[in-house]
Design a protein around this ligand. Structure first.
Ligand code: CXF
Ligand code: ZN
Length: 365
């Protein structure tokens, strides 16, 4: 079928909105008419080739929409279902069985291969040339997507679908890290480095869990203001304050969540940890080497990475939808809407810090 998609053809290039051809769903696939999609930093990291994924391709992995058609082997979904698309997993390997699907052994194949696992392309351009598709088994910068049952999460119909796509990645990454990994209580202090969508979702989750102290760190004052509104008890503005000194004045923190991927900030996060504290790494940047002082680590401090909030998306995404409707996870405050045609503006606004979570509107529900 003919669909519209934003295609990126070269490293550092702009997106071009093109009419492309999406293949018919195979028996294991679901055709989803997308209502909206978030833009995540991972999409932009691929444009910049910080993560080397081949181009040309259709990116996008925070899609939300309505099931249009299901393949013959798909059970549990019907046309008209409201769904959020997320990362895909095999369901058979050790991590999937042990309820850690974000560490699925097939993760690269099912999310980053840009073809179906059998090697076939799902999207072709107007000249009939194959484009990278099936990104996170969705490629949601498009009006329609093919997904599989395991990365398609049914959500309640009274929630505003156009807001929900980012629950599939960025917002579950931050909140899942808090709910599933750090699990802070009233005696726990948590510092969040970077108040983008991942950081804000982490601090909203920390507030929901009753963390005693929540420190938000950024260089954009308007974001820190929003962070305070969403639950930060303390803020550090790195454009004005000395970060190490400010963290020391707070007496250090039990846990740190880095969303920046910037080695200098990660080193500051680790240095601020109390003994037995954990620093979680969630983001990547251009600089990928980290130099650390060994001695403080020996005193029980942990540095670890977390993928997709180590979540079971079938549980976390509906939970976050409920929290949004109850007012404890106000993702509307992070979001700004754009048309698909304005995708390059959305990217520019994300890069400049003007917009926390850009969402592309693709259709109405
Ligand atoms: C990514 C983050 C980098 C590692 C793979 C998963 N998540 C989505 O943006
Ligand atoms: Zn993402």
């Amino acid at each position: 079928m003919k669909i519209k998609a934003a295609v990126v053809r070269e490293a550092h290039g702009d997106f071009t909105v093109e009419e492309v051809d999406l293949v018919e769903p195979n028996p294991d696939e679901i055709l989803v008419k997308l209502v909206a999609t978030g833009i995540c930093h991972t999409d932009l990291a691929i444009v910049e080739q910080i993560m080397p994924v081949p181009m040309p391709m259709v990116l996008g992995h925070e899609g939300a929409g309505v099931v249009e058609k299901t393949g013959a082997n798909v059970t549990g979904f019907a046309p008209g279902d409201h769904v959020v698309l997320t990362f895909n997993t095999c369901g058979h390997c050790g991590p999937c069985h042990e309820d850690h699907p974000a560490y699925c052994e097939q993760y690269p194949l099912l999310n980053f291969y840009t073809r179906r696992p059998d090697g076939s392309a799902t999207i072709h351009d107007a000249k009939g040339e194959p484009l990278g598709g099936a990104f996170f088994y969705q490629s949601s910068f498009a009006t329609y997507a093919l997904s599989q049952a395991r990365n398609t999460i049914k959500v309640r119909k009274d929630a505003p679908l156009e807001l929900l796509g980012p629950l599939g990645c960025g917002l579950s990454t931050g909140s899942g890290t808090v709910f599933n990994v750090l699990k802070p209580g009233p005696e726990t202090s948590v510092a969040v480095f970077g108040t983008g969508a991942v950081g804000m979702s982490a601090l909203m989750a920390a507030k929901a869990m009753g963390a005693g102290r929540i420190v938000a760190i950024d260089r954009v004052e308007s974001r820190l203001e929003l962070a305070r509104e969403l639950g930060a008890t303390d803020t550090i503005d790195t454009s004005k304050q000395d970060l190490a000194k400010a963290l020391e004045e707070l007496g250090g923190v039990d846990h740190a969540i880095d969303t920046s991927g910037v080695p200098k900030l990660i080193a500051a996060a680790v240095a601020a940890l109390k003994e037995r504290g954990t620093c979680v790494l969630l983001g990547a940047s251009k600089e990928q080497e980290l130099t650390l002082n060994i001695l403080p680590l020996i005193s029980g401090r942990v540095i670890r990475g977390v993928v997709n909030g180590d979540c079971d998306p079938t549980l976390l995404i509906p939970k976050l939808v409920d929290m949004y409707l109850e007012g404890t996870f106000p993702i509307d405050k992070l979001s700004a809407f754009y048309s698909l045609e304005d995708i390059n503006q959305a990217v520019a606004d994300s890069n400049s810090g003007k917009t926390i979570k850009p969402i592309l509107r693709l259709a109405s529900a």
